[in-house]
Design a protein around this ligand. Structure first.
Ligand SMILES: Cc1cc2nc3c(=O)[nH]c(=O)nc-3n(C[C@H](O)[C@H](O)[C@H](O)COP(=O)(O)O)c2cc1C
Length: 196
C-alpha cells in the first residue's frame, strides 16, 4: 500500500491527546494543505479561526456543552440517542460521558472552519478542505477529529471573541494534537456500491 492509501486507512477520529502543544509552523502547513482542496468554481470559500489558548478552548468547550445539553432537554430521549450515535460510535458515547472536556477533548488546537452563508457549496468545500487537513496531519504524526458539535459555538455568549463576521457560517471544527490513543477502525458499511 502506498503512503497516501496508508494514511487514508490509518486516520482515525482521536479523542485523547497528550498535553503537548503543536508548533504554529505545523498548523500553518496543515491549513496550507487544506487550501489545496478542490472547491466549487474554485471559490476556496474557507476561512480558519485557530484557537490554541487552553483557557479559551476550555471556555468554548464548556459553553458549547451547555448549549448541547439545553438543546437535548427540549427533544425526546430517542432523538438524543439518534443524535449522539450520529456523531459517535457507541463505544465513544461511553468515553463522552467519562471525559472532562466533552467537546474538544483537551486537544491543544481547535480550528473553526467557516464558509460564506450565501455559498451553496460551502459545506461540501469545507468538508474536502477538512479531510485534506486531517490526512496531512496524519502524515505529519498528528491526530485529529472533526467536531460537528462545534457548530453550536454560534449560540455561545463568547462567540464574539472569535471575530467571525455575520456573513460567515461555522461549518465544522477540527481538533488537532498528538494523540494519546490508537482507536481501531470502525467496520465500514458494505454493499453500498451499485454499478449501473
Ligand atoms: C461531519 C462530522 C462531524 C463529527 N462530529 C463529531 C463530534 O462532534 N464529536 C466527536 O467526537 N466526533 C465527531 N465526528 C467523528 C466521527 O464520530 C468519526 O469520524 C466516526 O465515528 C468514524 O470514525 P473514524 O473517523 O475513526 O473513522 C464527526 C465526524 C464528521 C465527519
Amino acid at each position: 500500500m502506498n503512503d497516501t492509501l496508508k494514511n487514508i486507512y490509518e486516520r482515525r477520529a482521536v479523542r485523547k491527546y497528550k498535553n503537548m502543544p503543536v508548533a504554529n509552523e505545523l498548523i500553518d502547513q496543515l491549513i496550507a494543505a487544506g487550501c489545496m482542496a478542490p472547491s466549487a468554481m474554485n471559490k476556496q470559500p474557507w476561512k480558519f479561526y485557530v484557537l490554541t489558548d487552553k483557557e479559551k478552548i476550555k471556555l468554548f468547550s464548556k459553553e458549547i456543552g451547555h448549549i448541547a445539553i439545553r438543546m437535548m432537554k427540549s427533544i425526546n430521549i430517542k432523538e438524543i440517542a439518534k443524535m449522539a450515535l450520529g456523531f459517535f460510535h457507541l463505544s465513544k458515547v461511553i468515553d463522552y460521558v467519562t471525559t472532562a472536556d466533552h467537546v474538544f477533548y483537551n486537544a491543544p488546537v481547535v480550528i473553526f472552519i467557516t464558509s460564506p452563508r450565501d455559498d451553496d457549496w460551502g459545506a461540501l468545500d469545507v468538508g474536502m478542505c477538512a479531510q485534506n487537513i486531517m490526512l496531512a496531519a496524519k502524515a505529519m504524526g498528528l491526530d485529529t477529529c472533526p467536531i460537528g458539535f462545534a457548530k453550536f459555538v454560534t449560540k455561545t455568549k463568547d462567540y464574539y471573541l472569535l471575530n467571525i463576521p455575520a456573513t460567515e457560517k461555522v461549518e465544522l471544527a477540527l481538533i488537532i494534537g498528538y494523540g494519546n490513543e490508537q482507536p481501531k477502525a470502525h467496520k465500514r458499511v458494505g454493499a453500498n456500491v451499485i454499478y449501473v
